[in-house]
Write a protein that binds this ligand. Structure first.
Ligand SMILES: Cc1cc2nc3c(=O)[nH]c(=O)nc-3n(C[C@H](O)[C@H](O)[C@H](O)COP(=O)(O)OP(=O)(O)OC[C@H]3O[C@@H](n4cnc5c(N)ncnc54)[C@H](O)[C@@H]3O)c2cc1C
Length: 426
């Protein structure tokens, strides 16, 4: 049986583990933290704008498990907020164990508190990965799903310092790039002004620290839009954000909160002293990151060059997914690239033809388009997501956006991709 080792248990790593397993591989998933999902532990927004189309394409291709998990654990469905339609919001308190159960049901062996630290190479081929605990995992094919966030040194150098985010680097140790250790060339994303990295675009407040009327609105509608008094409005914060789909004027003029269990505040950080001057926020307190008054995690610090199969350039048996695979922002984007990388990892080991998702589908076009854009100086200053900004515009222009599930299924079938992620190849 072929052995596939996946490093990093965020949304992309979990997706890769599922498709590699369903393809017939023996799969081990290594995660440095004590929980799966990485930055997905504090996100929650799914199915907004073009993410709906992309999620349904993935489901039609046979990659349904993780979308089922988010749908089953959504607090709100089919809701609108400024610039975004038909979103759902998963409950950040419930999603992680639910995903663990999905992995177990498929038969994935996942190991928590297993931080990858080094590789054993034979030329350009990875033979094994080593963890901090001294364990060595030999494999035929490997998938780098370590993300691009932090660690502390980068948050200090390129951001406002460690804001004590969910990744908890001081406790679990820094992110280590498998592709980087294997000798692959990597690059850093840039902001519009040319400086490196991008700051995560939202933080979370304890609902209990907000006024009753805001909490009632959040629980009922899933969203609360609270105008910021003129004297407290600040401009210039939006350009720093990783998620440019929310860099809209409404997000500068209002406090926009979404109900993901906590109150998700749609801005990278907000000085607590200013926030507490807004009616309803007098007692506001941050839940994530703990120092959300000062900053947030820095991301896009180590992205891999890869082809449309998501095979990493310069290493014979390595794939990548999620933020590692391009300047792709989001859970949906991480899941879709993970599904592809995991399936192709098993296929490479089984000496079967690799899958490329055709550009007639949004998923395939995004992988192809971002792969090209990240080789240009202008392209690395942008972030790409099905849910807004430049890529959603492209999706609409190319006629790739629809919410008609039957039409999406027909397109996937016509592209020869129906159920592809359920095919056993080894
Ligand atoms: C605050 C915040 C809010 C967000 N909100 C949303 C949202 O609402 N909707 C949305 O779609 N997207 C959101 N995003 C973006 C989204 O979370 C990410 O783009 C996506 O989930 C990235 O997934 P990933 O698997 O590529 O990486 P990550 O989530 O970064 O996962 C990487 C994993 O690899 C592990 N790892 C790293 N190094 C090692 C190592 N050496 N050994 C073992 N494991 C390692 C990490 O611990 C981590 O679990 C948000 C991001 C942040 C930070």
């Amino acid at each position: 049986m072929v052995k596939v080792i996946i490093v990093g248990g965020g949304w992309s790593g979990c997706a890769a583990a599922i498709t590699a397993k369903k393809a017939g591989g023996e799969v081990t998933l290594l995660e440095r933290g004590d929980m799966l999902l990485g930055t997905g532990l504090v996100g929650g927004i799914m199915r907004n704008n073009g993410r709906f189309t992309a999620a349904e394409e993935a489901i039609a291709m046979g990659g349904n498990e993780l979308f089922n998990a988010t749908d089953e654990n959504s607090r709100h469905r089919n809701m609108d907020f400024p610039g975004h339609k038909h979103a759902s919001l998963y409950d950040v308190a419930k999603i992680e164990p639910a995903v663990g159960r999905k992995l177990t049901a498929v038969g994935v062996d996942f190991r928590l508190e297993s931080r990858f630290t080094d590789v054993v190479m034979d030329g350009q081929t990875i033979k094994a990965v080593k963890t901090e605990n001294g364990d060595v995992y030999e494999g035929d094919v490997f998938v780098d799903c370590t993300g691009t966030a932090g660690p502390q040194g980068n948050c200090t150098k390129y951001g406002n310092g460690c804001a004590m985010c969910i990744l908890r680097c001081p406790s679990f140790g820094p992110r280590v790039s498998l592709a980087g250790k294997a000798g692959a060339k990597e690059f850093m994303g840039k902001k519009g002004d040319g400086s490196f990295g991008a700051m995560s675009g939202s933080c979370k407040l304890f609902k209990e620290s907000l006024s009753d009327d805001i909490v009632q609105e959040l629980n009922k509608a899933g969203v609360a839009v609270v105008p910021i008094p003129e004297k407290l409005r600040k401009s210039g914060v939006l350009g720093k954000k990783a998620c440019q789909q929310y860099a809209l004027p409404e997000f500068e003029q209002n406090v926009i909160l979404l109900d993901t269990g906590h109150a998700k505040l749609m801005t990278p950080y907000y000085p607590l002293e200013n926030l507490r001057q807004i009616p309803g926020f007098e007692n506001a307190r941050f839940e994530d990151p703990y120092t959300g008054g000062r900053g947030n995690s820095m991301r896009y610090m180590a992205v891999s060059y890869r082809d449309n199969h998501l095979k990493v350039e310069g290493v014979d048996n390595l794939f990548c997914a999620g933020e590692k695979a391009g300047l792709l922002v989001g859970h949906t984007e991480a899941i879709i690239t993970g599904l592809l990388a995991g399936a192709n990892a098993a296929r490479l080991a089984a000496k079967r033809p690799l899958i490329e998702i055709p550009v007639s589908l949004a998923a395939g076009d995004a992988i192809d388009h971002v792969g090209k854009q990240m080789r240009t100086e202008e392209g690395i200053k942008l972030k790409y997501t099905f849910s807004g900004s430049v890529y959603f515009k492209r999706m609409q222009e190319l006629g790739l956006y629809t919410t008609d599930k039957a039409a999406i299924q027909a397109k996937v079938k016509a592209a020869g991709m129906a159920d592809i992620f359920n095919q056993k190849v080894c």
